[in-house]
Design a protein around this ligand. Structure first.
Ligand SMILES: [Zn+2]
Length: 486
């Protein structure tokens, strides 16, 4: 019957058809009034189906639109044996009924048969979804673990030298999320959402450009010694291994995901750290965890360094990741509230920046306290992975990664260290593709693979943008929107 209908035959389809006929056969009425007409319907198309395959729109249309001579010509193409096959369908079904009757075979009275039949029929539905769900999840995890293993490479840095420019004991790198520079009060946005950054003593850089427009695209280039011609990462030359090659003890505290399409590549860098802490083992969006969870972890780590080993502590935060409104659930120092539905999302975004500012303030306080108590000198660097682009959906202005903005690569960069006496601010272009070189400079590490003197915090602009200008040439021009009074 399936062949006559032109279908590709699967085992489950065959089992389903068999069970239908077998169950209907337990009732005479069901057999003659249901199965026989049903089989006849299959037989109508079977001679054509055996030769030409599945009934398509075209066959049906031609059946209705062609004249008699065309139809007979079409029928003439059908081999004679197809008519026999068609007849065989009906004969087989009747033979089945006759045999079952003659030998008194009652399948439906056998409980084992009934249960097996029900399992076979429901296997692709509700009751077994749980088992299948576990199976797919396990497969996904296995897939991501394989990815993680292939991406995690042996370090190619070799030996590094710690120079006398490595001034501090504890280096802290906070990786922000989806923070576009022009939405920070620090860089001129009119809502006061960066009170800590505005007043903290250190260096503010206006001009860092990210490695890409989303987390992976950007961080894989910024946190490894990337190929500046092809914009390809080099996981064997990542900044964690660089710090380790110079004798640093490394820590990675993350409020992003551990395994997931958008998390695994970054985790492959994180796994090189001596100490790892993830708030969730699923993808970044598997749970809405607060960045503040990392603060208490940091606190306990800071307390445990009696032999004063050099340390690099990375804090990878959830920051302003879309949807930003979920990020500020536990933030009660909101800096703006608005009435208009249209700007509601942007208000969440502006507040999420204030939350990250607060997060930095708390991080700084811990470091400062530890410095005063244990003379543990520190340097805190903050940057974000990329910006976002505006998008109007259902008359609400969203801010996400669905397209590329002219300002998508514009990210904040700042450094606050123990002993800094004032805040200085420089307008200087810094390339995200030199970021690992810049981190080496910051930590005072020399290595043969590092381009020397790539200072992320000097007033001098870096000379090469490696073609970034062309990447944003045709992008959307969507400057920050002032939401005050909306
Ligand atoms: Zn991101």
């Amino acid at each position: 019957m399936y062949k006559g209908a032109g279908f590709t035959i699967s085992k489950t389809h065959i089992v389903a058809m068999m069970l239908l006929v077998i169950f209907a056969n337990s009732s005479k009425k069901a057999f003659y009034f249901l199965i026989i007409p049903f089989v006849l319907l299959y037989m109508i198309y079977a001679p054509i189906g055996f030769t030409f395959g599945k009934a398509s729109y075209q066959y049906i249309a031609s059946l209705f639109t062609t004249d008699y001579s065309e139809t007979s010509e079409f029928m003439g193409q059908i081999p004679i044996e197809n008519w026999f096959y068609t007849l065989a369908i009906l004969i087989s079904i009747l033979l089945f009924r006759i045999t079952a009757k003659k030998f008194n075979i009652n399948y439906t009275k056998n409980k084992t048969f009934l249960i097996l039949a029900i399992i076979a029929l429901t296997f692709k539905q509700g009751p077994f979804d749980y088992i299948k769900n576990i199976k797919t999840s396990t497969m996904e995890v296995k897939h991501e673990l394989t990815r993680l293993n292939t991406m995690t490479q042996e370090s190619h840095w070799g030996k590094s030298i710690l120079t006398n420019k490595s001034t501090y004991d504890t280096y802290v790198l906070v990786i922000g999320e989806s923070m576009r520079r022009d939405y920070l009060n620090l860089y001129g946005y009119p809502v006061k959402n960066t009170p800590f950054m505005d007043s903290a003593k250190g260096v503010i850089i206006n001009g860092l450009e990210s490695g890409g427009t989303n987390t992976i695209a950007s961080l894989r280039l910024m946190l490894t010694k990337a190929n500046t011609k092809t914009w390809q990462p080099n996981y064997a030359l990542n900044f964690i291994d660089l710090a380790k090659s110079a004798g640093f003890k490394t820590y990675w505290l993350s409020n992003q995901g551990y395994l997931g399409t958008f998390d695994t590549p970054i985790t492959s860098i994180a796994t090189h750290s001596d100490y790892k802490y993830f708030t969730k083992y699923g993808a970044y969006d598997s749970a809405n965890t607060s960045d503040y969870l990392l603060i208490s972890k940091l606190k306990s780590i800071l307390q445990t360094n009696p032999e004063k080993q050099k340390r690099l502590i990375v804090l990878h935060i959830y920051g302003s990741h879309p949807s930003a409104c979920d990020r500020i659930d536990d933030f009660n120092k909101k800096v703006i509230s608005i009435k208009s539905e249209k700007y509601k999302y942007l208000a969440c975004y502006v507040n999420s920046i204030a939350k990250t500012d607060d997060f930095l303030s708390k991080t700084y306080s811990l470091l400062e306290k530890n410095y005063k108590k244990n003379d543990d000198t520190f340097s805190l660097v903050f940057f974000a992975d990329h910006g976002l682009a505006h998008r109007v959906i259902d008359n609400q202005i969203l801010f996400n990664n669905n397209r590329v903005s002219k300002y998508h690569y514009d990210i904040p960069l700042m450094k606050f260290s123990s002993g800094d006496t004032q805040q200085v601010k420089y307008n200087a272009f810094k390339s995200g593709l030199n970021f690992t070189d810049g981190l080496a400079h910051w930590m005072g590490i020399n290595n043969k693979n590092i381009t020397p003197d790539m200072d992320l915090f000097s007033p001098t602009s870096m000379s090469n943008d490696y073609g970034l200008h062309n990447k944003t040439k045709n992008a959307v021009d969507d400057p920050a929107i002032d939401i005050r009074g909306k």
